[in-house]
Design a protein around this ligand. Structure first.
Ligand SMILES: *Cc1c(COP(=O)(O)O)cnc(C)c1O
Length: 434
């Protein structure tokens, strides 16, 4: 009998790994500091000093811009809101095309839709899983307004190359940096290389305030427009002196003083929050690099990786079993992970049926798009066949826990012959008797 837990042996990891918790006494103090003022939001929707938020919000924005080396930081209540504000600020209009990756969280591709823009999907690079600059370039048409790129899993996309493409074509580069605070490319922080970058402060991200987001830019006009969209733009357009009324339809994306106070504390300790995730990922990489059917995450030259997700590639031909069986064996050993990531976004019913805003197909009815084909074969191959992921951000692990993860991975790899045998015996049983 095999020692694999799936085939009757005992698992390597016998109890659930400890979940991540980063809220401590400093965050509690920060919240109390706000509670004592009695003022839980400093925003006011008219054109005066309070239009820009309260003490904590303003301090967070100042600290954020200093930390990441950019001129303006605009806090919002989520990355999703921030992406929406960014699309509004750059002037996305009905029928405009915005190039996105299909392999990202769905909010990225929704952002253009809020203004009637059309998400155009460019395929990913099979090494980094981020948008392929070559494919992005091919997708540019006279109607392209922007490239909205995701720094997926915690590594900068090909930002400098994409920026060049955008400059050559006179379009905007916007970064979804939800997963990549502290990741850089050629010495510059991800999020600050495009015209606008948007970070997330939701509970699952590297640093958080429950919910929240931050937009950054070096452009004073884009900064002002995002501040306006965040806070009832239409009511202050006149007083502010802004003459371009495009998309100055305001939302309420304002961050509370409580969230800002928590976010400031988390930001101060960002290195301590990110480092353990990198440590876990590097340990897994060390083990995976000795396994012939796994390719650990690729880190580009001149970049680092902050590992919101540790994503390895599984080679079915070398392993001799399907990914699903490998995954079952890992699960039986108590190794938490997922197969693929999120389905390529054009598979969502919204795209398949072309129903987004209203019931008549807007904005897709302005455009000749087809989302029913295999638009991005690399993304599909990664999702359906190759990718195995682990979420370092979800756990708080000590060295012995990390060792157990490595042991579990190693154990399944060492017993791969047993899995092959099992796989063939199941196939045999499944086939018609001769
Ligand atoms: C988490 C995430 C978002 C959404 O962030 P919220 O702050 O929850 O709105 C958007 N894009 C990516 C890539 C994400 O990982």
């Amino acid at each position: 009998m095999s020692s694999l837990a799936m085939l009757g042996g005992s698992p390597v990891i016998t109890k659930p790994l400890p979940g991540y918790r980063s809220i401590g006494p400093d965050e509690q103090k920060a919240v109390l500091r706000v509670m004592e003022t009695g003022s839980l939001s400093g925003f006011y929707g008219s054109w005066d000093d309070q239009f820009f938020g309260g003490t904590e919000v303003k301090a967070l924005e100042k600290e954020w811009s200093e930390r990441f080396g950019c001129k303006y930081a605009i806090s919002v209540n989520s990355n999703t809101s921030g992406l929406c504000a960014a699309m509004g600020a750059i002037g996305v209009s009905p029928g405009d095309e915005v190039i996105v990756s299909p392999y990202t969280m769905s909010a990225t591709a929704m952002a253009p839709l809020f203004y009637g823009g059309i998400p155009i999907f460019a395929d990913i690079d099979p090494a980094t899983f981020c948008m392929s600059p070559e494919d992005a370039r091919e997708k540019i048409t006279p109607r392209t307004k922007a490239i909205l790129v995701t720094n997926l899993f915690g590594q900068a996309a090909e930002l400098h190359e994409l920026r060049q493409i955008c400059e050559d074509n006179n379009i905007f580069l916007v970064e979804d940096a939800a997963q990549s605070p502290n990741a850089y490319e050629r010495g510059k922080h991800s999020g600050t290389i495009g015209d606008i970058g948007v970070y997330s402060l939701n509970y699952h991200k590297h640093i958080h305030s429950g919910e929240g987001g931050i937009c950054v830019t070096n452009d004073p006009h884009l900064a002002r427009r995002m501040q306006m969209i965040r806070n009832h733009a239409e009511a202050v357009a006149e007083a502010s002196g802004e003459t371009d009324l495009t998309n100055l339809v305001g939302y309420n994306f304002r961050m509370t003083e409580l969230s800002a106070a928590v976010a400031r504390t988390q930001l101060k300790n960002i290195n301590q929050h990110v480092a353990p995730r990198v440590q876990i990922a590097e340990a897994l990489t060390k083990t995976a690099s000795e396994i012939d059917f796994l390719t650990p995450p690729y880190v580009k030259d001149g970049c680092n990786h902050v590992y919101y997700v540790w994503a390895a590639k599984f080679n079915q031909n070398i392993a001799g079993i399907p990914r699903d069986l490998f995954s079952k064996a890992l699960t039986a050993e108590g190794f938490p992970h997922f197969q693929g990531y999120l389905r390529p976004l054009y598979k969502l019913p919204l795209f398949q049926q072309k129903i987004a805003i209203g019931r008549n197909g807007f904005p897709f009815n302005l455009h000749d798009t087809n989302y029913n084909e295999v638009l991005c074969p690399v993304a599909e191959d990664m999702h359906y066949n190759q990718l195995i992921g682990f979420e370092p951000c979800a756990f708080s692990l000590v060295t012995s826990d990390i060792q157990k993860l490595q042991d579990a991975l190693q154990k399944v790899a060492s017993n791969i012959d047993d899995l092959r045998e099992y796989y063939h015996s199941v196939l045999q049983e499944g086939s018609p008797q001769k």
